[in-house]
Write a protein that binds this ligand. Structure first.
Ligand code: S3P
Length: 441
């Protein structure tokens, strides 16, 4: 994996289609790696996402005492610490990964030692008071040594008290941070979210035999005290990442009669709101579940056939369920007849880039009329797409990939600069684009 900035030229294509198996789910890979590192014994994981973000989680867990190995077939084994985490000599640098820093902070808050967490410039500009405040209420000391409520983070933990906490923003990362910290508290930690967010942590806890109680928007966990839970290693298979499949779903949706099949993809109901958006926009979507009811996460196949796209509006409770796909909803907006509106999505401003500003700037470069709003945007779609200058990734993987999908629908080849960031979540992206008929230099 390289960090050298690179550019690509993406050529327009009349048609794209075929079958793709997308790489493992990023959110689930992070969580399984962390829990495997806390368990005793060796966890075997197939389809673990070998992207920079997830490798950063593995590195951090290694610095805390776990050992991880990839087999020649690409399977991962993690030798756990049995809950006895080491105190690393220096700061844990987790690169670009918001999920790693926020979830790991929850685990470290439960340890009676001092740890430092840091990351790249993008991560060190993202808000961390959202975890500091509740972790401090639980009794940890959390210093944000960055300029304004940002990483580097210094955590001194141990002897946590349980809390009842209502999240001020809908964030699965913050919810998960508190559930992980709650494992090390004495008593019942209760987290209430304003809108449902992805529940991979809750599902994983159940799979590992950790009792968890979900009542509406409230999740409760009974802590095991400072020594934490005694977890036994067990094998996992990570489903394909719906957020990676989303690029090909939109690529197909944009072309009449283009068909893309995606096999073995995660279909967690809190992740797949894009399917409904695609249907409303005019695509034909068929889903076939292949998982057993007893599986921790629903998995299945998706077949999409493109159609003539019309504008849609997204907002409200769909936003957390679509959060990582919103750059692609903006792409759909550029391709659909009419005005596409994204609202209630201010969280986009604090992702790997300010995704409202960066998508608006890139769409305008392509000749699309966009009104940027505090919590979203309005996009006038259906016009001719031609880049007046190279498109920029702003170092944000999802911006680079969303713009690559849009570029396949342009009138002329489009240069996209600084695309090394794609390795953050989807190292095989360019090959998969070629596999469905894309042309990339
Ligand atoms: C994630 C949750 C979301 C999402 C991120 C991954 C997770 O972030 O945008 O890519 O793994 O829990 P927030 O929970 O902060 O919205």
């Amino acid at each position: 994996m390289s960090q050298i900035p690179q550019s690509v030229i993406v050529h327009p294509r009349e048609n794209l289609g075929g079958s793709i198996e997308v790489p493992g789910d990023k959110s689930i890979s992070h969580r399984v790696a962390m829990m495997a590192a806390l368990a005793s014994g060796t966890t075997k994981i197939s389809n673990f996402l070998q992207s920079e973000d997830c490798v950063n989680t593995l590195r951090a867990m290694e610095a805390l005492g776990a050992r991880s190995f990839f087999t020649a077939e690409g399977d991962l084994t993690i030798q756990g610490t049995g809950g006895n985490l080491l105190e690393p000599a220096g700061p844990l640098n987790v690169g670009n990964s918001g999920t790693t820093i926020r979830l790991l902070a929850g685990i470290l808050a439960g340890q009676s030692a001092t740890y430092e967490l840091t990351g790249d410039d993008s991560l060190c500009s993202r808000p961390m008071t959202r975890i500091k405040d509740p972790l401090e209420r639980m009794g940890a000391k959390v210093e944000l040594t960055g300029e304004k409520g940002t990483a580097p983070i210094k955590i001194t933990g141990g002897r946590l008290k349980p809390i009842n906490y209502t999240l001020p923003v809908a964030s699965a990362q913050v919810k998960s941070c508190l559930l992980l910290a709650g494992l090390f508290a004495e008593g019942v930690t209760s987290v209430t979210e304003p809108i449902p967010t992805r529940d991979h942590t809750e599902r994983l806890f159940r799979t590992l035999g950790i009792p968890i109680n979900v009542d509406g928007l409230t999740v409760q966990i009974t802590g095991f005290g400072p020594s934490g839970p005694s977890l036994k290693a067990r094998p996992f298979r990570i489903p394909g990442d719906f957020s990676s499949a989303a690029f090909w779903l939109v690529a197909a949706a944009a072309r009449r009669k283009s068909v893309v099949n995606i096999a073995g993809v995660g279909l967690n109901p809190r992740r797949i709101a894009l399917l409904d958006v695609l249907k409303r926009a005019g695509a034909q979507v068929e889903v076939k579940l292949s998982s057993a009811n007893s599986d921790a996460e629903p998995v299945g196949d998706i077949r999409i056939t493109g159609g003539k796209l019309k504008a849609v509006e997204v907002g409200g409770a769909d936003i957390p369920n679509l959060i990582d796909e919103l750059p692609l909803v903006a792409v759909l907006g550029a391709l659909a007849e009419g005005t596409t509106i994204i609202r209630n999505a201010a969280e986009l401003r604090v992702k790997e880039s300010d995704r409202i500003a960066t998508m608006a700037a890139n769409l305008r470069l392509m000749g699309v009329e966009v009104e940027e709003r505090d919590d979203g945007m309005a996009i006038q779609g259906g016009g001719a797409l031609k880049a007046s200058a190279p498109v920029r990734s702003y170092g944000d993987h999802r911006i680079a990939m969303a713009m690559a999908v849009l570029a396949t629908c342009a009138e002329e080849p489009v240069v996209i600069n600084n695309v090394a960031c794609v390795d953050t979540s989807y190292p095989g992206f360019w090959n998969d684009l070629k596999q469905i008929g894309g042309q990339v230099e």
